[in-house]
Design a protein around this ligand. Structure first.
Ligand SMILES: Nc1ncnc2c1ncn2[C@@H]1O[C@H](COP(=O)(O)OP(=O)(O)OP(=O)(O)O)[C@@H](O)[C@H]1O
Length: 264
């Protein structure tokens, strides 16, 4: 995996020739100085980084055999700042499902413009799309009912989060946990968490860590960029500095693998 970014002095290589593997159910912490390329590495792996190149595989299957959308569903990148659109927490959590239904929807026969009829009433294009979106939201509610969201949040120790609340009214810690829960409900195989506990107090950071441990316990592979002291959740720590990855195990002992040439 390599990453070269534009700079005023010409292209600059952030890292080159890195490789790593992460096992099912494993939590790896990715640390290193600011600007060393940690986010670039994760966004590269999620195929979200236009400055990166390399080859990726999931369970032995080459990334090229996935559509980018399918790959990102399996390898989910979670940014630091939660984005929770919608009127309620339940809507915000259901958003990926609503969008998936939307993506699968086809414009009804008759083309994309002109008028349609709704109960004998003529409706315009905007009305038709509003109706389509309502239908998609209802379909998404069928796929992910409130009861399942409630059950999942409770299992993750988020019993304090009311599904009917407005997302904007949540505390920072609650918003981080909702954002994490939303990603986990899409059941990615790999979760790439980019400083999602930054800005949280210790109690909320511990809750976020415990939710991730729950997901790892169910087989999800997780890479966490963290600036906090080790919390005992990760089995290995990868340090990215000066373009090289150095690996240590949970006790801080070197594993012998450097420059990212790691096999798991
Ligand atoms: N789109 C871009 N254009 C130009 N430079 C970029 C771009 N994206 C990242 N960089 C540069 O690449 C380097 C690595 O950035 P990155 O955000 O990956 O580092 P980081 O280790 O995650 O930093 P931090 O810990 O501060 O978040 C930085 O010098 C950054 O300025």
């Amino acid at each position: 995996m390599s990453c070269t970014v534009p700079s005023p002095d010409g292209d600059r290589t952030v890292f080159s020739g890195l490789s790593f593997a992460i096992g099912r159910g494993e939590i790896v912490d990715l640390v290193g100085p600011s600007g060393s390329g940690k986010s670039s590495l994760l966004t590269a792996f999620a195929r979200l980084n236009p400055h990166a190149s390399g080859s990726f595989a999931l369970a032995g299957r080459d990334a090229g055999s996935f559509t980018p959308q399918r790959w990102r569903r399996e390898v989910a990148y979670l940014p630091q700042k939660p984005i929770l659109p919608g009127d309620t927490v339940a809507d915000a959590i259901r958003l990926p499902f609503t969008l998936a239904v939307r993506a699968d929807s086809t414009v009804p026969a008759g083309g994309g413009d002109g008028d349609a009829r709704d109960g004998g009433r003529r409706i315009g294009l905007v009305g038709r799309f509003a109706r389509l979106f309502r239908d998609d939201a209802a379909h998404a509610r069928g796929m992910l009912p409130d009861a399942r969201i409630r059950e999942t949040l409770d299992a993750m120790g988020c019993g304090d989060i009311d599904l009917t609340r407005r997302p904007h009214d949540l505390s920072g810690g609650q918003a981080a946990r909702v954002s994490l829960a939303r990603t986990l409900l899409t059941e990615p195989k790999v979760l790439l968490a980019d400083e999602v506990d930054a800005g949280l107090d210790d109690e909320n950071a511990a809750k976020v860590a415990s939710i991730m441990a729950y997901a790892a316990g169910r087989g999800m592979a997780i890479v966490r960029i963290r600036h906090r002291p080790p919390d005992g959740r990760a089995s290995r720590v990868a340090t990215l500095a000066d373009g090289a990855l150095t690996w240590t195990d949970a006790t801080g002992s070197a594993t012998g693998a450097t420059n990212g040439r790691e096999t798991a």
